[in-house]
Design a protein. Structure first.
Length: 339
């Protein structure tokens, strides 16, 4: 196993492995929680802006990947099936757009747009606008005629008013040691989840469902198909024979979930881990052993320009328990038409 960011791995291991040395930072956690609460109060009470459209925020309270992007894609598809024009707002972490706000198009690259926004745009074709100022991005999408907006990873971006909040929790990682930064992985205390409209628990890495609290909704990321990174050609899940050894490359928030999924497909991954949003280069793929190369769809958008013809990416679907959708639709119906 190779690691692209030893520092990040060290912190994640401490938070989720519950190492004791982090408790020396408890005074800093107190400061972090105080300033985070003060910031939220100021933004919500005096600086929050509403844009005249229903905004659905999808985010989390922890550092690291929880499965937000597949959930956003599932939500967009559901809303589009109702005939709504959907827009997605993203910060565009790691992007280098020619200007901001930046609306994605067919000519957009991962370097310009960032990996997650480009993945969402390719999967749904909906309007996607990136800007660190999410209010500005929302106004652009409103002017483009959108009916409803989804804000990717915007739970702590309190300047943007919202009609619904959906928080995503990774069941395997949970809340680590339960502390806020820098002692633990939480951006906000766990009590924040009591104030959101829906809590979706990603069960993908577990053999059986774990019940966190009554009222939470289970989700699994289900493998859909392979596609060639170079030209997006779709291939069936059995394209790689069971038992095959592969180079599995991941620059996502929770790479272990991807590797576990490969194992369930019968593959044996040689794992290559990079930090979330890593900018890949051809040199990252100079492996000693010749094996098939596989990656996530999020990483694929960053590798298409230099990919070999046989490199593969795995497309997944977010599958939510049946009771989620009627309750989500009911909440949405209460918002439309939005005044």
């Amino acid at each position: 196993m190779s690691h692209g960011s030893d520092r990040e791995v060290k912190w994640l291991a401490a938070w989720y492995g519950k190492k004791r040395w982090v408790y020396a930072l408890l005074p800093l956690e107190g400061l972090f929680r105080f300033f985070a609460a003060a910031r939220r109060l100021i933004l919500v009470r005096w600086q929050q802006k509403r844009v005249g459209l229903p905004v659905i925020v999808v985010g989390n309270i922890s550092v690291g990947g929880t499965g937000k992007t597949p959930l956003i894609i599932a939500l967009v598809n559901r809303l589009q099936a109702r005939g709504l024009k959907v827009g997605v707002i993203s910060r565009g972490y790691g992007s280098a757009a020619p200007q901001y706000p930046y609306v994605l198009s067919e000519s957009s690259s991962a370097k310009e747009a960032g990996d997650e926004p480009l993945s969402i745009w390719r999967a749904t074709g909906c309007a996607v606008c990136i800007d660190a100022d999410r209010v500005a991005a929302a106004r652009i999408l409103k002017s483009a005629g959108c009916d409803v907006l989804l804000s990717d990873d915007g739970l702590q971006h309190y300047r943007l008013g919202r009609a619904l909040e959906i928080a995503v929790v990774d069941a395997a990682r949970g809340f680590g040691n339960g502390h806020c930064l820098p002692v633990g992985p939480l951006r906000e205390p766990r009590s924040r989840l009591k104030k959101v409209d829906f809590v979706v628990v990603n069960q993908t890495s577990l053999e059986s469902d774990v019940t966190y609290e009554r009222g939470y909704y289970n989700m699994r990321l289900q493998p859909k198909h392979w596609f060639k990174v170079k030209d997006l050609t779709r291939l069936p899940l059995d394209y790689l024979a069971s038992g095959a050894h592969v180079h599995a490359v991941a620059g996502i928030g929770n790479p272990d979930r991807f590797f576990a999924t490969l194992g369930k497909l019968g593959l044996t991954p040689e794992c290559h881990i990079y930090r979330d949003h890593h900018i890949f280069t051809r040199e990252n793929f100079q492996f000693r052993q010749t094996l098939p190369v596989v990656m996530t769809s999020k990483d694929a958008v960053k590798c298409q320009s230099f990919a070999e013809p046989e490199w593969l990416a795995l497309e997944v679907d977010a599958v939510l328990e049946k009771r989620f959708w009627p309750e989500f639709e009911h909440a949405l119906d209460a918002l439309l038409p939005y005044e």
